[in-house]
Design a protein around this ligand. Structure first.
Ligand SMILES: Cc1cc2nc3c(=O)[nH]c(=O)nc-3n(C[C@H](O)[C@H](O)[C@H](O)COP(=O)(O)OP(=O)(O)OC[C@H]3O[C@@H](n4cnc5c(N)ncnc54)[C@H](O)[C@@H]3O)c2cc1C
Length: 425
């Protein structure tokens, strides 16, 4: 890689000074500035690979309010008590030390695509040449009457981004009496990680079978059927949990009452449970919504799949769960990591005035547990298709497990460990 090629608009003298930064990294003053919003699976990966693949000749700034990364993948295993949240927590330090990424612990409140500036929550503003938005999802608590207040006071939790609520849901489950009911409601697709609610129901059922066997798990799904690895989940539920786990389709939650621990549905009868885990509908993170970039169903951001540049704002790229995904692409951490690499390569190519990769590829594997020691997976390989201007599944790539096994249970942990290293190490 040639450093000179990515340093924009500079004469030879300024290139020398740009490469001579005093902290061991080139001075950021005259390098191309890329600002990344959000340090999750998409944003952390973009930041690392922009720096790595440009040989540190791009000044990368990552803005993320959380001091550490806490993984949503594997967080269902905190709820069933097998893992502590600390085991799913990773530092951002290597991004700074090994890759020279500048980290700002703040939240972006807005940005101006004409002036090319982002505004931070604390009020300061930052110039960019290229902006990457990776804000993940916003949970639409307001879509379910009563949920915003019940969630805020901790009585009815979603726990769909990992952290305090994950631990809170675990505590509710531990406090539930034997003979109690745990109910999880699932919104209509698309939502973050299609198999994850079914994995959560499975692991809660395994815990209850072991520790509170008179209890019950209710899976109340707004969709018409289990939307990911359905036959594998349903077979495992029947064999492993029998009457302890009951699946009901067409249950779309519209209201909750935290005093009576009841959920109301648009058509079906109300359901009362001792622990209610209500997952509201989701949409692109607020910063993308506020900028008007969520142009698909007022929820998701449309991108040019060759580069992940927004179709609405030049030099603004969107990766991860916030985008309108290509057909058959789930909202997953694995794919957020894939989007991020295609976007990083495209940004470097654009800054060097080089062509984009016409056939970018990415992969996805979703591992899920049906019990602590029994996993399943589904995987696919995607390639950019210039005719449909989208990613398409490569024929006969990937596949799905035949049956749950211990290899896939171990694979889920190995996969997550590799993802964290690829994003952050
Ligand atoms: C229970 C569960 C299990 C899962 N299991 C898997 C799995 O096994 N495999 C898999 O591939 N995927 C899994 N996922 C899905 C995966 O977590 C998401 O698809 C992935 O995190 C999406 O990455 P992202 O970068 O878009 O968003 P995130 O990883 O959520 O990152 C977004 C980041 O942006 C930050 N942010 C938001 N707004 C701002 C702002 N205005 N300014 C600055 N920062 C901001 C947030 O703080 C956050 O850190 C699971 C999800 C859940 C809930």
């Amino acid at each position: 890689m040639n450093r000179r090629q990515v340093v924009l608009g500079m004469g030879a003298g300024s290139i020398v000074s740009a490469l001579g930064g005093c902290a061991g990294w080139p001075s950021s003053r005259k390098r191309a500035q890329v600002v990344v919003v959000g340090g999750g699976c998409g944003g952390a990966t973009v930041a690392k690979y922009l720096s790595l693949w440009s040989d540190h000749t791009i000044a990368v700034t990552l803005i993320e309010p959380n001091p550490q990364y806490v993984s949503a993948p594997l967080s269902n295993r905190v709820i069933d008590g097998e893992f502590a949240l600390a085991q799913l927590t990773r530092s951002y330090d290597s991004l700074r030390r090994r890759h020279g990424v500048r980290l700002i612990a703040d939240r972006v409140s807005s940005f101006d695509p004409d002036a090319k500036r982002v505004v931070l929550g604390a009020g300061a503003s930052l110039r960019y040449d290229k902006l990457v938005l990776a804000p993940g999802i916003d949970l639409e608590f307001a879509a379910i009457e009563g949920l915003a207040a019940a969630h805020a006071d901790g009585r009815i939790l979603a726990a769909w981004t990992a952290g305090r609520d994950t631990v809170g849901l675990r505590a509710q489950l531990q406090a539930m009496p034997d003979g109690g009911v745990f109910a999880i409601t699932i919104p209509e697709a698309p939502y973050r990680c299609p198999p994850a609610p079914y994995e959560r129901a499975s692991l809660v059922a395994a815990y209850l079978k072991r520790c509170k066997p008179r209890s019950k798990v209710l899976v109340l799904d707004a969709n018409q059927d289990v939307i990911a690895m359905g036959s594998l989940f349903k077979k495992a539920w029947k064999e492993l949990y029998g009457d302890l786990l009951e699946y009901r389709n067409h249950y779309r939650a519209v209201a909750v009452d935290a005093d009576t621990q009841t959920v109301r549905f648009d058509v079906q009868e109300d359901v009362r449970a001792d622990v209610l885990n209500v997952l509201p509908p989701v949409r692109a993170g607020a910063v993308a919504q506020a900028a008007g970039l969520a142009n698909i169903n007022a929820r998701w951001c449309e991108v040019d799949f060759r580069s992940f540049e927004s179709t609405l704002a030049k030099d603004v790229y969107v990766v991860g769960d916030a985008i309108q995904a290509a057909p058959r692409m789930p909202k997953s951490g694995h794919l957020a990591n894939g989007h991020a690499k295609v976007a990083a390569a495209a940004i470097i190519a654009a800054l060097r005035q080089q062509p984009l990769d016409p056939q970018a590829m990415m992969t996805n594997t979703c591992y899920s547990l049906v019990a602590p020691n029994a996993g399943i997976h589904s995987s696919a390989v995607y390639r950019y298709d210039s005719v449909h201007r989208s990613f398409a599944t490569v024929p006969e790539s990937g596949g799905t497990s035949f049956e749950p096994d211990a290899t896939d249970a171990a694979g889920a942990v190995a996969w997550a460990t590799n993802l964290w290293a690829d994003m952050l190490a």
